[in-house]
Structure formats: C-alpha cells, structure tokens
Design a binder for this molecule. Structure first.
Ligand SMILES: [Zn+2]
Length: 479
C-alpha cells in the first residue's frame, strides 16, 4: 500500500466503533465466511478437522474448539504457508539476535508465556500488525476521538502523537517484540520512545521526550508513580496499561498519580489487537469486526453478559497464516450488560481476570524492583530436558529454582544457571540475587488451590513499598 492509501485505511479503522450491533455483526460474519473458506483451502489440519461441517456453515457453535497443545502438536499442518515449520521457528527464536528480523523475511514470530504449561509459537502476518497499530492510533487514542477526529488525524502529520512505551524484557515475547515491526508509515503519525522500565535514566529520558501517551504494565506505572514529583509530562493525555491484571486499586493509584484516563488494553499473544481500553469505564472494548470472543463455561456453552465465564474461545479473523479458530484462552471475563458511556459502540469486557501478574519484589541499591517471570521462562522454556520449572522467593533476594526434568533425561544444571544468568543480566539483577537450583522428579501444586504455580513468593510486597503505594491512592486528587 502507498503512504496515502495506508493512511486512509488507518483512519477508516475508527468506523467500527460507531456501527450499530446489527451492522457490526454483518461485517463480522462476512469476514468469518471468507476466513473459514481460506483456512479450509490452505490448512491441511483444519480441512481434516472440519471435514464433517458443511463448507457454507458460518455458525461457529458448529465448529470444534482448538487447544494450545493441539495447535502445537500439529503446528506444521495448521499453518497455511508450507515454508513455515515448528522446527524452523524454534531455531529462529533460539537466537536472540533475530529479534528484529522477520521469519522468512515476512512474518513476525513470538512465543507466549507458557503460563499454562507449554508455550505456544505464534506467527503473525502483516495484516495483523497493521490492524494492531491502526487500532492503537484510532480506537485506543483519545486525541483521535470526537467529532474532529479526521481533522485531528490530518493534524497528526504535523504534530504527531508522542507515545512512550516502557518495555519490560527483551526477546520474542509478544509485548516486547511487536514494537520492532512497526509499519514505516506509522512514523508519520506518531513519535515513539521505547525504553526499558529499568533504565537508570528512565525519568530523564521520559521527561526529555514528553509523552502524550504513556504505555506500560501496571507494575511499571506504580513504580513510576512513586517518583511523580520528578516527572514533567505537560502533554500527557492518557495512560495505557497492558499484560497484567489492572486491579481497581492499581487503576485508582495510577489515575491519581498521572491525572489522566487510564486505558487498559487486554490482548493475548494469539491476537495482539484484541481490544482497546475504555477511557471512562473498567475493562476494554473488543475489536469485534476482526476478532470473535466467546465467553463460555467449562463445557464451552455460552455465558451471558454480566456473568463470569470460565474461559474464552477466540477466533482471530486477521491471521490467515496461523489460523486460530475457537481457540481456548483460560482468562475469565465478564461482558458488560449496558452500552458504554464513552461513545465506543464495540462490545465491552467489563472485568478481566486471570492475566498472570506473577513477579517478585526484590531489593536493589536503588530501591525495590519487580522480577517478572520472563527471565525464568526465557532461560528454561527452551531447555529441552526441562519439563517444568518453579521459582520460590524464600527471602527478599533469595530464590530457589526447581527444575523437573522430562523422565529419563539428565538436567544440565550448569547450562540452566548460565541461561538464567544471561537473562538476569539483561534485567540488571544478575548480581543482586542469591539463586539456588534443585532438580525434583515432580513439582508440587498449591496445597490450597491445587493449581500449579510457577512463581511463589513467601515474602510478598515489602511493607514500606506497600505503604508508599497506598499513599498514592489516599492522596488521590480526583481529577
Ligand atoms: Zn467505553
């Protein structure tokens, strides 16, 4: 696409937020029909899986669900480009230097966190990336909304939106790598600052950049809020959160500190553009013209709005290279029952539960820092003989790592330790922590919930940090 047609296409992406539910359904069903046909033509796995279903059928309830383990077991037959293989992608992402590259020169690839036991490999096509950025610029951007949006869209060419993103980790994790693949035309509309959340010069860099939109995880924003008196953000219009659950308390604190609307984007690695946050309410609006989310119970029966589902079935209408059709995501959602007051007519998820916010607070010479699950995942997920791992914070800076080998294999502890050291070096925590390793035949589940947890803290949030965070909330000026 040329710059002009690309820009025009981007501005058109606002339209669905104003569609009637009937019109939206029509658009969605047209895309679904085409998507199912394309998938059945080009994916040998789905063609076989759906062989008993009429080729004209677009009633999703007739289609069987897809699980992550199924997707990974049949990966090479699921994907629609015969050049893509699971082995090829695993080799590609094993080399961190590839993080800025496209797989086969055209696909962005990532792996998910594997919080349910096994990481999923994900291949994104250009359409998925274009939609992600177009939605962020239009549906997720308060500057763009309102009656003057087209004029504002044009004005962005002269006065681009300034977006600062605090990145938590490097690697092939969806939230980090995605920024490496920004379409070039976006740079005409937006100015970007990507800065690691643990950069020692974070505040100076943010102040110099002066963001209009600040995008980070709730944890990073909490930490930044503690230094609010050092921040100079005269342009700041909105804060965008992602990745972790945004609790009402955290939302209150962040809103009080930054005095702007807080927009909570909810997505998964399997569909990055799934929602954009709402400026007036909790939760997020589903980009339902391009993704279908079914909130269901344990037996895949629909759960009505206002009630908490057990899981979500996701159908991503944009990704034709690795089709996700009624793909199980274990997040628990409640859909809103009323139209939203913000003016966006797309369906709104009211409550989002289940996103992993697993991390440890550890002490450093410059204050407390969150240690997320990522360094561990990246170190251990691709050690072939490690079936599962678990990290337990037994003292503030003392952690026990337990590795469960695949039966019949031997775990190379030196290699595991080296891999973890490499990942911790990136976070700057390598020399702050005392880490010991254990190899166990079987990792234990939580005695109370009988769920398996990879990150267990025996020490919790430090008391002085807890008090400081509470202090932000009680000083709420209610802007
Ligand atoms: Zn809304």
């Amino acid at each position: 696409m040329s710059f002009i047609s690309h820009s025009y296409w981007t501005t058109q992406q606002y339209a669905a937020t104003q569609m009637s539910p009937e019109r939206l359904h029509q658009v969605q069903q047209q895309r679904l029909r085409q998507f199912l046909q394309t998938t059945r033509t080009h994916s040998t796995y789905y063609r076989e899986k759906f062989r008993h279903i009429d080729t004209e059928c677009i009633d999703l309830a007739e289609y069987p669900v897809t699980t992550k383990s199924e997707m990974m077991a049949h990966f090479d037959q699921v994907v629609t480009d015969p050049g893509i293989t699971r082995k090829g992608i695993e080799e590609f992402i094993a080399d961190i230097r590839n993080v800025r590259q496209r797989f086969l020169g055209k696909y962005a690839v990532a792996h998910t966190s594997g919080s349910q036991g096994q990481p999923a490999l994900i291949v994104q096509n250009q359409q998925e990336l274009d939609l992600l950025f177009a939605f962020q610029m239009t549906r997720g951007n308060l500057e763009y909304q309102g009656a003057l949006r087209l004029l504002r869209g044009a004005c962005n060419l002269w006065n681009p939106t300034r977006l600062a993103v605090l990145i938590n980790q490097q690697g092939f994790f969806p939230s980090a790598w995605i920024w490496q693949h920004l379409p070039k035309f976006m740079h005409h509309f937006m100015r970007f600052l990507f800065v690691p959340a643990n950069d020692p010069d974070l505040i100076a860099k943010l102040n110099a950049f002066s963001p209009a939109v600040l995008s980070a995880t709730p944890t990073s924003l909490d930490l930044l809020a503690l230094k609010i008196d050092q921040l100079r953000f005269p342009r700041l219009r909105q804060v965008v959160t992602w990745s972790e659950t945004l609790t009402p308390k955290a939302r209150g604190r962040i809103h009080a500190a930054f005095r702007t609307p807080v927009m909570d984007n909810y997505a998964s690695g399997e569909c990055l553009f799934m929602t954009n946050g709402c400026s007036t309410s909790t939760g997020a609006h589903i980009n339902a013209d391009w993704v279908i989310l079914e909130v269901v119970d344990e037996n895949n029966r629909p759960v009505p709005p206002g009630q908490m589902g057990h899981k979500v079935l996701m159908t991503n209408l944009a990704n034709t290279v690795q089709p996700f059709i009624r793909y199980e995501i274990s997040d628990r959602l409640v859909m809103a029952t009323e139209p939203c007051g913000c003016g966006n007519r797309l369906p709104r998820i009211e409550t989002i539960m289940g996103r992993a916010a697993d991390f440890f607070w550890v002490a450093t010479s410059s204050g407390y820092r969150p240690l997320t699950t990522y360094p561990f995942q990246h170190a251990f997920d691709y050690l072939r003989e490690v079936r599962e791992w678990q990290a337990e914070q037994v003292e503030r800076n003392r952690i026990i790592v337990r590795l469960e080998p695949i039966p019949g294999t031997t775990t190379d502890l030196d290699l595991a330790r080296r891999r973890l050291d490499e990942r911790l070096a990136i976070t700057g925590l390598q020399h702050e922590l005392q880490i010991s390793f254990e190899v166990v035949p079987r990792l234990k589940t939580d005695a109370h919930t009988s769920k398996f947890r990879r990150m267990i803290s025996r020490v919790g949030v430090p008391e002085d940090l807890d008090a400081a965070l509470k202090n932000i909330a009680t000083n709420d000026p209610q802007p």
